[in-house]
Design a protein around this ligand. Structure first.
Ligand code: FAD
Length: 519
């Protein structure tokens, strides 16, 4: 029997339920509480509250089930736990994510062989590492005068702190050793510091990783005008006379397609699927999908020298744990890589049996490199071939330029220098992960100061020439960044959400602006 669980009309339809889509729901719930909001997510709910990080699920079997349920068409495939494990050269996804089955590389191009996505309530942020550094130097978006304030807001929404691992064994030592290698000549913002992380401690002392649940917050969950629909694929943004007026939603439970009218549509469906949905809707500005950029990543491992086990330290199971600290070596324009230095409690390389690991003494170093942005690097779509969801299949064109290779060589030298500064290297040489491994894809729905053909949306995230349609996510970031992008993407979502809240609360201004936009 047919059953339509969707509303006929809402004020704002939001596509996706990751941290950027959730930021829209949160700001609208805070600043425009009278507004009706429907959020559509193609994947299932895998955690409680919806969108919560799966690392917060204590039972390993339930956690693994939640990861599998997030892997969409890739569920059941073998996965690798850490970026370093990709060293095997196999094309494997990380738990909770899935890879493109085809179209990820073309002859004579590098492609994005391990470009990944997640399909679950909360998106990739149910699986992420939660590092939330601020962009610096040329990573910043120069045409946004309020960027710093927006980043403060993103910190608030994600629950970011730099003190989660205060007191973690050897974390001060790691930072001191890194600082002595890099801080000289750097301004205060660019010196080594604890990594800001989206994490908090419960009253019982346990760590809770922020997911989209934290971004949504109690205010959204308590908002009677907000509804989240999981297992709901948005197949099309509906336009009327050039303006977004709603979406078509396909229930993954019944297979039925239903229209939902909306005054505003926000697409926060990740950097690959946001352009896919616009393409499928016939919204095809030339910049769509272009300037795709991933942060090439180099990894290396070291073991702290001259340290002794402290009383009461418990070995955990090889992942980032409560014993772990994360240090940040910020990007600079001169050294265009971002360092994420994680203390692990198990070695990524086998050690002798009579050589037990002191928790916190193994250091996994990762440098993310800023890409040399190219218009031709892009996600394109094949109208004649459908993906597992029935959407136009993705075709990735992606090349590392000579400059990218130069930066990677410098990053390799730098990571060895950092590894030697903190301890004794465990790896013979640094390893470059295959393109896509960073899980930080940007540029495909990029923001611009003006509609000059090189951008998809305005500084508010509104798609040029399509009133009522906003885009969100890492794809909106227009600069070449090396730092983890989610904080910045959430900051940009705050700006867009405020724009909608403002327009919805001033109907007269809204219609004036609509007239202007449709001319
Ligand atoms: P996503 O979180 O990807 O959410 C998009 C959602 O949209 C998905 O749930 C998807 O199913 C849904 N969707 C797509 N198409 C449709 C459609 N047509 N209809 C309905 N729904 C749709 N970032 C950092 O900044 N710091 C880190 O330390 C970090 N570590 C990471 C570690 C791992 C293992 C992983 C997997 C990711 C990591 N990331 C990190 C990346 C981070 O998770 C993403 O940047 C972030 O989640 C992006 O948020 P988003 O809202 O743009 O998209």
């Amino acid at each position: 029997m047919s059953h339509n669980r969707y509303p006929a009309a809402v004020d704002v339809a939001i596509v996706g339920s990751g941290p950027t889509a959730s930021a829209y729901a949160r700001i609208l719930s805070e600043e425009a509480p009278g507004v009706t909001i429907a959020m559509f997510e193609v994947g299932p709910t895998v955690s409680n509250p919806p969108g919560a990080h799966v690392k917060n699920i204590e039972d390993p079997e339930r956690r693994s089930h939640a990861q599998r349920a997030s892997e969409g068409p890739g569920a059941g495939s073998q996965t690798v736990n850490s970026p370093g494990a990709v060293k095997s050269g196999d094309r494997l996804a990380r738990p909770g994510t899935f890879l493109l089955p085809d179209g990820y590389a073309f002859p004579d191009e590098d492609g994005l062989p391990v470009g990944a996505m997640s399909s679950n309530v909360g998106g990739m942020a149910a699986h992420w590492t939660a590092a939330c550094p601020r962009p610096g130097g040329r990573e910043r978006i120069a045409f946004l005068p309020d960027l710093e304030h927006l980043l403060d807001e993103a910190d608030r929404l994600l629950g970011v702190t730099s003190h989660a691992f205060d007191g973690a064994p050897f974390s001060n030592l790691v930072r001191e050793r890194l600082a002595s290698a890099v801080d000289e000549g750097r301004g205060p913002a660019f010196r080594v510091k604890p990594m800001p992380l989206a994490v908090h401690r419960r009253e019982d002392g346990c760590l809770v990783w922020s997911g989209a649940d934290v971004v949504l917050g109690d205010v959204t969950r308590a908002n009677p005008r907000f509804e989240l629909f999981d297992e709901s694929l948005v197949t099309r943004v509906v336009l009327d006379d050039g303006r977004a007026v709603g979406v078509e939603v396909k229930s993954r439970r019944t297979g039925e397609i239903h229209p939902v009218a909306a005054r505003y549509v926000v697409v926060g469906a990740d950097a690959l699927r946001t352009p896919q949905l616009l393409w499928a809707s016939g919204i095809r500005p030339d910049a769509l999908g272009r300037y795709l950029n991933d942060q090439a990543q180099v990894v290396f491992a070291s073991r702290l020298r001259d340290v002794k086990a402290e009383d009461g330290q418990m070995a955990a199971n090889g992942a980032l744990s409560q014993q772990s600290g994360v240090a940040w070596v910020p990007y600079t324009d001169e050294m265009p890589f971002h360092g994420q230095i994680m203390q692990l409690d198990a070695s990524p390389v086998p050690l002798a049996e009579d050589d037990p690991v002191i928790p916190g003494s193994i250091v996994g170093l990762g440098l993310f490199c800023a890409k040399d942005l190219q218009r031709e690097d892009r996600v394109a779509f094949d109208d004649d071939t459908l993906d597992a969801y029935g959407m136009p299949a993705m075709r990735i064109h992606y090349r590392l330029t000579d400059r990218d290779h130069e930066v990677l060589e410098r990053a390799k030298q730098e990571i060895v220098r950092l590894g030697n500064a903190v301890g004794e290297p465990l790896d013979e040489s640094p390893f470059i992960l295959p393109p896509g491994a960073s899980l930080h894809y940007q540029g495909t729905a990029r923001m611009g100061a003006t509609d000059d053909g090189e951008s998809v949306c305005s500084p508010d995230g509104q798609v040029w020439q399509v009133p009522g349609l906003f885009v969100a996510g890492n794809g909106v970031i227009p600069t070449s960044t090396a730092c983890n992008p989610t904080l910045t993407a959430v900051a940009l979502a705050v700006r867009g959400a405020r724009k909608i809240a403002e327009e919805l609360s001033t109907p007269l201004l809204m219609s004036e602006s609509d007239n202007r936009m449709s001319k």
